[in-house]
Design a protein around this ligand. Structure first.
Ligand SMILES: [Zn+2]
Length: 93
C-alpha cells in the first residue's frame, strides 16, 4: 500500500506536482508561480505550506484563487497536517 506521498512522488514529472514533492523532500523547486525552498511553499507569493519545528509539513487549505487551490491540492494530500482555514488569506471553504 503506497502512502499519499509515494503516489504523488510517482507523478513528480507532472506540472505542479513536482513542486509539492520537492517541498516534502526538503529541496528547492519552482514552476508556474508555485515554488518552495524546501521548507516554505508559495503559490503566487502566498504562503500555502510551512515546515514546523518538528520538521513536519503543514499545508494550508488555501482558496486564494482557483489556481492556488489546485496547486496546494497535492501538498495537502502529502502533508502531515492540513490547516483548514488558510492563515495567509483566511478564506473559508
Ligand atoms: Zn490562503
Amino acid at each position: 500500500m503506497k502512502t499519499p506521498y509515494q503516489e504523488w512522488a510517482g507523478a513528480r514529472a507532472e506540472g505542479r506536482y513536482f513542486v509539492a514533492v520537492a517541498w516534502m523532500e526538503g529541496s528547492r523547486a519552482a514552476g508556474s508561480n508555485f515554488r518552495t525552498d524546501g521548507r516554505t511553499l508559495w503559490s503566487y507569493g502566498h504562503v500555502v505550506g510551512i515546515t514546523d519545528s518538528d520538521d513536519r509539513k503543514v499545508a494550508y487549505n488555501c482558496l486564494y484563487s482557483v489556481t492556488t487551490a489546485k496547486q496546494v491540492g497535492p501538498a495537502k494530500a502529502m502533508a502531515h497536517e492540513v490547516i483548514r482555514v488558510c492563515p495567509s488569506c483566511r478564506r473559508t471553504p
